[in-house]
Write a new protein. Structure first.
Length: 402
Protein backbone atom coordinates (compact mmCIF):
# COMPACT_ATOMS: atom_id res chain seq x y z
CA UNK A 1 0.00 0.00 0.00
CA UNK A 2 1.34 3.42 -0.96
CA UNK A 3 0.28 6.59 0.84
CA UNK A 4 1.00 10.22 0.07
CA UNK A 5 -0.41 13.49 1.35
CA UNK A 6 -1.36 16.66 -0.44
CA UNK A 7 -0.75 19.74 1.73
CA UNK A 8 -2.43 22.97 0.72
CA UNK A 9 -0.77 26.27 1.51
CA UNK A 10 -3.96 27.96 0.34
CA UNK A 11 -6.71 25.97 2.03
CA UNK A 12 -9.52 24.64 -0.14
CA UNK A 13 -13.17 24.41 0.75
CA UNK A 14 -14.92 21.12 1.51
CA UNK A 15 -17.34 21.63 -1.40
CA UNK A 16 -14.35 21.66 -3.78
CA UNK A 17 -13.16 18.35 -2.35
CA UNK A 18 -16.63 16.85 -2.83
CA UNK A 19 -16.51 17.88 -6.49
CA UNK A 20 -13.10 16.23 -6.74
CA UNK A 21 -14.56 13.01 -5.28
CA UNK A 22 -17.42 13.04 -7.78
CA UNK A 23 -15.11 13.69 -10.70
CA UNK A 24 -12.77 10.78 -9.98
CA UNK A 25 -15.25 8.54 -8.12
CA UNK A 26 -12.90 7.90 -5.18
CA UNK A 27 -12.87 8.34 -1.39
CA UNK A 28 -10.32 10.59 0.26
CA UNK A 29 -9.09 11.05 3.83
CA UNK A 30 -8.69 14.71 4.70
CA UNK A 31 -7.84 17.01 7.59
CA UNK A 32 -10.66 19.44 8.28
CA UNK A 33 -10.25 22.72 10.16
CA UNK A 34 -13.60 23.34 11.87
CA UNK A 35 -12.62 26.82 12.99
CA UNK A 36 -12.02 28.18 9.51
CA UNK A 37 -14.24 25.69 7.70
CA UNK A 38 -11.66 24.52 5.18
CA UNK A 39 -9.51 21.52 4.21
CA UNK A 40 -5.89 21.67 5.28
CA UNK A 41 -4.55 18.40 3.82
CA UNK A 42 -5.70 15.36 1.87
CA UNK A 43 -4.28 11.83 2.16
CA UNK A 44 -4.80 9.27 -0.59
CA UNK A 45 -3.74 5.65 -0.40
CA UNK A 46 -3.00 3.78 -3.62
CA UNK A 47 -2.69 0.02 -4.02
CA UNK A 48 0.44 -1.32 -5.70
CA UNK A 49 -0.29 -2.84 -9.13
CA UNK A 50 1.03 -6.25 -8.08
CA UNK A 51 -0.48 -6.14 -4.59
CA UNK A 52 -3.39 -8.45 -3.72
CA UNK A 53 -4.53 -6.18 -0.88
CA UNK A 54 -7.46 -3.92 -1.66
CA UNK A 55 -6.73 -0.20 -1.70
CA UNK A 56 -8.66 2.43 0.24
CA UNK A 57 -10.92 3.29 -2.70
CA UNK A 58 -10.88 -0.12 -4.48
CA UNK A 59 -14.48 -1.06 -3.50
CA UNK A 60 -15.81 2.15 -5.04
CA UNK A 61 -13.89 1.54 -8.27
CA UNK A 62 -15.21 -2.01 -8.44
CA UNK A 63 -18.82 -0.89 -8.21
CA UNK A 64 -18.34 1.69 -10.94
CA UNK A 65 -16.13 -0.38 -13.25
CA UNK A 66 -16.07 1.04 -16.75
CA UNK A 67 -16.60 -0.98 -19.90
CA UNK A 68 -12.91 -0.57 -20.82
CA UNK A 69 -11.70 -2.01 -17.50
CA UNK A 70 -14.06 -4.95 -17.90
CA UNK A 71 -12.75 -5.51 -21.42
CA UNK A 72 -9.14 -5.45 -20.20
CA UNK A 73 -9.97 -8.03 -17.50
CA UNK A 74 -11.54 -10.29 -20.12
CA UNK A 75 -8.47 -10.00 -22.36
CA UNK A 76 -6.13 -10.82 -19.47
CA UNK A 77 -8.25 -13.88 -18.69
CA UNK A 78 -8.16 -15.16 -22.27
CA UNK A 79 -4.52 -14.38 -23.13
CA UNK A 80 -1.44 -15.58 -21.26
CA UNK A 81 0.98 -12.71 -21.79
CA UNK A 82 4.06 -14.53 -20.46
CA UNK A 83 5.12 -16.20 -23.76
CA UNK A 84 4.70 -12.90 -25.60
CA UNK A 85 6.59 -11.06 -22.87
CA UNK A 86 9.48 -13.53 -23.05
CA UNK A 87 9.60 -13.20 -26.84
CA UNK A 88 9.70 -9.40 -26.66
CA UNK A 89 12.37 -9.40 -23.97
CA UNK A 90 14.57 -11.76 -26.02
CA UNK A 91 14.24 -9.83 -29.28
CA UNK A 92 13.77 -6.22 -28.20
CA UNK A 93 16.87 -4.77 -26.56
CA UNK A 94 16.37 -1.23 -25.20
CA UNK A 95 19.33 1.07 -24.89
CA UNK A 96 21.44 0.83 -21.74
CA UNK A 97 22.59 4.21 -20.50
CA UNK A 98 24.14 5.03 -17.15
CA UNK A 99 22.25 8.28 -16.92
CA UNK A 100 18.64 9.11 -17.65
CA UNK A 101 15.37 7.35 -17.05
CA UNK A 102 15.24 3.56 -16.92
CA UNK A 103 13.97 1.94 -20.14
CA UNK A 104 10.34 0.84 -20.23
CA UNK A 105 9.54 -2.86 -20.33
CA UNK A 106 8.62 -3.91 -23.90
CA UNK A 107 5.39 -5.53 -22.67
CA UNK A 108 4.22 -2.16 -21.36
CA UNK A 109 4.95 -0.53 -24.71
CA UNK A 110 3.24 -3.30 -26.68
CA UNK A 111 0.05 -3.09 -24.59
CA UNK A 112 0.01 0.68 -25.02
CA UNK A 113 0.17 0.09 -28.77
CA UNK A 114 -2.89 -2.18 -28.53
CA UNK A 115 -4.73 0.57 -26.66
CA UNK A 116 -3.86 3.08 -29.39
CA UNK A 117 -5.44 0.77 -32.01
CA UNK A 118 -8.52 -0.13 -29.93
CA UNK A 119 -9.37 3.52 -29.38
CA UNK A 120 -8.08 4.93 -32.68
CA UNK A 121 -5.51 7.20 -31.01
CA UNK A 122 -2.36 8.86 -32.24
CA UNK A 123 0.83 8.43 -30.19
CA UNK A 124 0.33 11.84 -28.56
CA UNK A 125 -3.29 11.07 -27.67
CA UNK A 126 -2.29 7.65 -26.35
CA UNK A 127 0.32 9.23 -24.07
CA UNK A 128 -2.19 11.72 -22.67
CA UNK A 129 -5.00 9.24 -22.06
CA UNK A 130 -2.75 6.57 -20.55
CA UNK A 131 -1.50 9.20 -18.13
CA UNK A 132 -5.08 10.04 -17.06
CA UNK A 133 -6.88 6.69 -17.23
CA UNK A 134 -6.46 4.24 -14.34
CA UNK A 135 -7.76 1.26 -16.33
CA UNK A 136 -5.19 1.91 -19.08
CA UNK A 137 -2.36 1.98 -16.54
CA UNK A 138 -3.50 -1.23 -14.88
CA UNK A 139 -3.79 -3.08 -18.18
CA UNK A 140 -0.28 -2.00 -19.20
CA UNK A 141 1.24 -2.86 -15.81
CA UNK A 142 2.00 0.70 -14.76
CA UNK A 143 1.79 1.90 -11.18
CA UNK A 144 -0.41 4.93 -10.60
CA UNK A 145 2.65 7.01 -9.73
CA UNK A 146 4.78 5.73 -12.63
CA UNK A 147 5.66 7.91 -15.58
CA UNK A 148 4.02 7.08 -18.89
CA UNK A 149 6.04 6.50 -22.10
CA UNK A 150 5.93 9.59 -24.28
CA UNK A 151 4.93 9.59 -27.93
CA UNK A 152 8.51 9.51 -29.20
CA UNK A 153 9.22 6.37 -27.15
CA UNK A 154 6.15 4.69 -28.63
CA UNK A 155 7.23 5.66 -32.13
CA UNK A 156 10.76 4.30 -31.66
CA UNK A 157 9.38 1.05 -30.22
CA UNK A 158 7.10 0.59 -33.24
CA UNK A 159 9.98 1.27 -35.63
CA UNK A 160 12.20 -1.24 -33.85
CA UNK A 161 9.55 -3.99 -33.95
CA UNK A 162 8.98 -3.21 -37.63
CA UNK A 163 12.70 -3.35 -38.40
CA UNK A 164 13.04 -6.74 -36.70
CA UNK A 165 9.72 -8.02 -38.14
CA UNK A 166 8.39 -9.04 -34.71
CA UNK A 167 4.69 -8.37 -35.26
CA UNK A 168 4.03 -11.47 -37.41
CA UNK A 169 5.39 -13.97 -34.81
CA UNK A 170 3.38 -12.23 -32.08
CA UNK A 171 0.23 -12.54 -34.18
CA UNK A 172 0.86 -16.28 -34.58
CA UNK A 173 1.35 -16.62 -30.81
CA UNK A 174 -1.94 -14.85 -30.10
CA UNK A 175 -3.75 -16.93 -32.75
CA UNK A 176 -2.34 -20.12 -31.24
CA UNK A 177 -3.71 -19.24 -27.80
CA UNK A 178 -7.12 -18.37 -29.25
CA UNK A 179 -7.12 -21.69 -31.16
CA UNK A 180 -6.30 -23.61 -27.97
CA UNK A 181 -9.39 -22.08 -26.39
CA UNK A 182 -11.53 -23.09 -29.36
CA UNK A 183 -11.97 -19.57 -30.74
CA UNK A 184 -10.18 -20.09 -34.08
CA UNK A 185 -12.35 -22.24 -36.35
CA UNK A 186 -10.03 -24.17 -38.66
CA UNK A 187 -10.73 -25.14 -42.26
CA UNK A 188 -11.82 -22.35 -44.60
CA UNK A 189 -9.81 -19.18 -45.22
CA UNK A 190 -11.80 -16.31 -46.76
CA UNK A 191 -9.65 -13.75 -48.60
CA UNK A 192 -10.35 -10.21 -49.73
CA UNK A 193 -8.67 -6.83 -50.06
CA UNK A 194 -9.46 -3.28 -49.01
CA UNK A 195 -7.76 0.07 -49.52
CA UNK A 196 -5.77 1.81 -46.80
CA UNK A 197 -5.50 5.49 -47.68
CA UNK A 198 -2.36 7.53 -47.15
CA UNK A 199 -2.56 11.30 -46.51
CA UNK A 200 1.02 11.74 -47.77
CA UNK A 201 0.29 11.99 -51.50
CA UNK A 202 2.75 13.87 -53.76
CA UNK A 203 1.76 17.36 -54.85
CA UNK A 204 0.94 18.30 -58.40
CA UNK A 205 -1.10 16.89 -61.26
CA UNK A 206 -0.78 13.37 -62.61
CA UNK A 207 0.93 13.07 -65.99
CA UNK A 208 0.32 9.35 -66.59
CA UNK A 209 -2.54 6.87 -67.03
CA UNK A 210 -3.70 5.84 -63.57
CA UNK A 211 -4.32 2.16 -62.80
CA UNK A 212 -8.01 1.23 -62.60
CA UNK A 213 -9.47 -1.17 -60.08
CA UNK A 214 -9.70 -4.77 -61.39
CA UNK A 215 -7.82 -3.66 -64.52
CA UNK A 216 -4.38 -3.12 -62.99
CA UNK A 217 -2.83 -6.00 -64.93
CA UNK A 218 -4.21 -4.91 -68.33
CA UNK A 219 -1.98 -1.83 -68.69
CA UNK A 220 0.66 -1.75 -71.38
CA UNK A 221 4.39 -1.72 -70.64
CA UNK A 222 4.54 1.90 -71.81
CA UNK A 223 1.91 2.97 -69.28
CA UNK A 224 3.72 1.18 -66.49
CA UNK A 225 7.03 2.85 -67.42
CA UNK A 226 5.39 6.29 -67.50
CA UNK A 227 3.96 5.67 -64.05
CA UNK A 228 7.35 4.70 -62.63
CA UNK A 229 8.97 7.80 -64.14
CA UNK A 230 6.30 9.94 -62.50
CA UNK A 231 7.02 8.52 -59.03
CA UNK A 232 10.79 8.82 -59.51
CA UNK A 233 10.33 12.49 -60.36
CA UNK A 234 8.09 13.02 -57.32
CA UNK A 235 10.78 11.63 -54.99
CA UNK A 236 12.79 14.77 -55.75
CA UNK A 237 9.90 17.24 -55.96
CA UNK A 238 7.95 15.99 -52.90
CA UNK A 239 10.47 14.53 -50.42
CA UNK A 240 7.87 14.38 -47.62
CA UNK A 241 5.39 12.27 -49.62
CA UNK A 242 4.97 8.51 -49.26
CA UNK A 243 6.93 7.26 -52.27
CA UNK A 244 5.87 3.61 -51.90
CA UNK A 245 2.10 4.24 -51.96
CA UNK A 246 0.35 4.38 -55.33
CA UNK A 247 -2.69 5.93 -56.99
CA UNK A 248 -5.69 3.79 -57.93
CA UNK A 249 -8.83 4.77 -59.79
CA UNK A 250 -12.16 3.30 -58.78
CA UNK A 251 -15.44 4.41 -60.42
CA UNK A 252 -15.35 8.25 -60.52
CA UNK A 253 -12.88 8.50 -57.60
CA UNK A 254 -9.12 8.27 -57.11
CA UNK A 255 -7.32 6.91 -54.06
CA UNK A 256 -3.71 7.06 -52.86
CA UNK A 257 -2.36 4.39 -50.57
CA UNK A 258 -2.08 0.63 -50.16
CA UNK A 259 -4.10 -2.56 -50.39
CA UNK A 260 -4.65 -4.64 -47.28
CA UNK A 261 -5.17 -8.33 -48.13
CA UNK A 262 -6.53 -10.41 -45.26
CA UNK A 263 -7.56 -14.03 -44.75
CA UNK A 264 -10.29 -14.67 -42.18
CA UNK A 265 -12.01 -17.76 -40.80
CA UNK A 266 -15.77 -18.34 -40.70
CA UNK A 267 -16.07 -16.22 -37.53
CA UNK A 268 -14.25 -13.27 -39.10
CA UNK A 269 -11.04 -13.58 -37.07
CA UNK A 270 -7.96 -12.62 -39.08
CA UNK A 271 -5.59 -15.47 -39.99
CA UNK A 272 -3.06 -13.59 -42.11
CA UNK A 273 -2.25 -10.16 -43.57
CA UNK A 274 -0.42 -9.06 -46.71
CA UNK A 275 0.10 -5.49 -47.94
CA UNK A 276 0.77 -4.20 -51.46
CA UNK A 277 0.70 -0.81 -53.21
CA UNK A 278 -2.82 0.18 -54.24
CA UNK A 279 -2.12 -0.25 -57.96
CA UNK A 280 -1.27 -3.96 -57.71
CA UNK A 281 -3.92 -6.43 -58.88
CA UNK A 282 -5.61 -8.52 -56.18
CA UNK A 283 -4.54 -11.80 -57.76
CA UNK A 284 -0.85 -10.93 -57.29
CA UNK A 285 -1.10 -10.99 -53.50
CA UNK A 286 -2.73 -14.39 -52.91
CA UNK A 287 0.49 -16.43 -52.79
CA UNK A 288 2.19 -14.21 -50.19
CA UNK A 289 -1.01 -14.07 -48.15
CA UNK A 290 -1.40 -17.86 -48.03
CA UNK A 291 2.20 -18.28 -46.86
CA UNK A 292 1.26 -16.39 -43.68
CA UNK A 293 -1.76 -18.60 -42.91
CA UNK A 294 -1.15 -21.90 -41.02
CA UNK A 295 -1.72 -24.96 -43.21
CA UNK A 296 -4.55 -26.41 -41.10
CA UNK A 297 -6.46 -23.11 -41.38
CA UNK A 298 -6.53 -23.01 -45.20
CA UNK A 299 -7.79 -26.43 -46.31
CA UNK A 300 -10.25 -24.39 -48.39
CA UNK A 301 -9.63 -20.90 -49.78
CA UNK A 302 -12.63 -18.74 -50.64
CA UNK A 303 -12.49 -15.41 -52.44
CA UNK A 304 -14.07 -13.16 -55.03
CA UNK A 305 -13.30 -13.22 -58.75
CA UNK A 306 -10.49 -10.68 -58.32
CA UNK A 307 -8.28 -13.54 -57.06
CA UNK A 308 -9.20 -15.86 -59.94
CA UNK A 309 -6.34 -16.87 -62.24
CA UNK A 310 -4.79 -20.08 -63.53
CA UNK A 311 -1.63 -19.29 -61.58
CA UNK A 312 -3.56 -19.02 -58.30
CA UNK A 313 -5.52 -22.21 -58.98
CA UNK A 314 -2.25 -24.07 -59.52
CA UNK A 315 -0.72 -22.43 -56.44
CA UNK A 316 -3.58 -23.54 -54.18
CA UNK A 317 -3.40 -27.05 -55.56
CA UNK A 318 0.31 -27.23 -54.76
CA UNK A 319 -0.40 -25.97 -51.24
CA UNK A 320 -3.02 -28.66 -50.72
CA UNK A 321 -5.88 -26.15 -50.49
CA UNK A 322 -9.19 -26.53 -52.27
CA UNK A 323 -10.03 -23.49 -54.40
CA UNK A 324 -13.40 -21.88 -53.69
CA UNK A 325 -12.58 -18.70 -55.60
CA UNK A 326 -15.46 -17.34 -57.65
CA UNK A 327 -15.36 -17.90 -61.40
CA UNK A 328 -14.73 -15.00 -63.74
CA UNK A 329 -16.28 -14.47 -67.14
CA UNK A 330 -14.28 -13.35 -70.17
CA UNK A 331 -15.11 -11.76 -73.50
CA UNK A 332 -16.70 -14.33 -75.81
CA UNK A 333 -16.67 -16.78 -72.89
CA UNK A 334 -19.46 -15.90 -70.42
CA UNK A 335 -20.17 -17.83 -67.24
CA UNK A 336 -22.30 -20.95 -67.48
CA UNK A 337 -25.38 -21.50 -65.30
CA UNK A 338 -23.42 -23.89 -63.08
CA UNK A 339 -20.65 -21.31 -62.60
CA UNK A 340 -23.16 -18.57 -61.76
CA UNK A 341 -24.85 -20.87 -59.24
CA UNK A 342 -21.47 -21.72 -57.68
CA UNK A 343 -20.56 -18.03 -57.43
CA UNK A 344 -23.85 -17.28 -55.71
CA UNK A 345 -23.29 -20.02 -53.13
CA UNK A 346 -19.76 -18.75 -52.42
CA UNK A 347 -20.91 -15.13 -52.07
CA UNK A 348 -23.38 -16.16 -49.34
CA UNK A 349 -20.52 -17.50 -47.21
CA UNK A 350 -18.25 -14.45 -47.54
CA UNK A 351 -20.23 -12.21 -45.17
CA UNK A 352 -17.82 -12.75 -42.24
CA UNK A 353 -14.94 -11.22 -44.17
CA UNK A 354 -17.04 -8.12 -44.97
CA UNK A 355 -17.87 -7.89 -41.28
CA UNK A 356 -14.15 -7.91 -40.46
CA UNK A 357 -13.35 -4.99 -42.76
CA UNK A 358 -16.38 -3.14 -41.38
CA UNK A 359 -15.14 -3.64 -37.82
CA UNK A 360 -11.63 -2.47 -38.67
CA UNK A 361 -12.98 0.70 -40.28
CA UNK A 362 -15.75 1.45 -37.80
CA UNK A 363 -13.99 0.58 -34.53
CA UNK A 364 -10.40 1.53 -35.25
CA UNK A 365 -10.54 3.91 -38.24
CA UNK A 366 -8.09 1.63 -40.05
CA UNK A 367 -8.98 2.84 -43.54
CA UNK A 368 -6.38 5.62 -43.14
CA UNK A 369 -2.77 5.13 -42.06
CA UNK A 370 -0.46 7.44 -40.14
CA UNK A 371 2.64 5.53 -41.32
CA UNK A 372 4.86 6.06 -44.35
CA UNK A 373 6.33 3.25 -46.42
CA UNK A 374 5.16 -0.24 -47.35
CA UNK A 375 6.99 -2.01 -44.52
CA UNK A 376 5.64 0.26 -41.77
CA UNK A 377 2.09 0.19 -43.12
CA UNK A 378 2.21 -3.61 -43.40
CA UNK A 379 3.28 -4.08 -39.79
CA UNK A 380 0.64 -1.59 -38.70
CA UNK A 381 -1.88 -3.82 -40.50
CA UNK A 382 -0.59 -6.81 -38.52
CA UNK A 383 -0.90 -4.91 -35.22
CA UNK A 384 -4.46 -3.96 -36.15
CA UNK A 385 -5.21 -7.62 -36.92
CA UNK A 386 -3.95 -8.63 -33.46
CA UNK A 387 -6.05 -5.89 -31.83
CA UNK A 388 -9.12 -6.91 -33.84
CA UNK A 389 -8.86 -10.59 -32.90
CA UNK A 390 -8.43 -9.68 -29.22
CA UNK A 391 -11.41 -7.32 -29.31
CA UNK A 392 -13.61 -10.02 -30.85
CA UNK A 393 -12.48 -12.84 -28.55
CA UNK A 394 -14.56 -11.99 -25.40
CA UNK A 395 -17.73 -11.97 -27.50
CA UNK A 396 -16.86 -15.34 -29.04
CA UNK A 397 -16.26 -16.79 -25.56
CA UNK A 398 -19.71 -15.54 -24.52
CA UNK A 399 -21.31 -17.24 -27.55
CA UNK A 400 -19.51 -20.50 -26.72
CA UNK A 401 -20.72 -20.44 -23.11
CA UNK A 402 -24.22 -19.47 -24.17
Amino acid sequence: METFALNFSNSIRICELIEFRKLFDIDLKYLYNSTHGCILAVAIRFKSYHSKQMSFFEPHQTRSASSSSQFFKQINTIIDWKPIEEYLVNHYKPGKKQRGQKAYHPMILFKIQLISVWYGLSDVQTEDLTMDCISFCRFCGLELMDSVPDHSTLSRFRSELTRKKLYQPIMLMVSKQLAEKGLMVKGTAIVDASLTLSPFSPKGKLDHQMAEDRKEDTRSDTEVMEEEKYYQKKEEESPHADHEARWLKKPKKTYFGYKRHIATNDDGLILGVHTTPANEHDSQGLGNLMEKVPEDERTEVMGDKGYKSKKNDQLLEEMGSKSLIMEKGYRHKPLTKEQKKRNKEISKKRWSEKQTFGGLHRWFGCHITRQKGLEKVHHQHILEAIAYNLKRSPGLVFLMVK
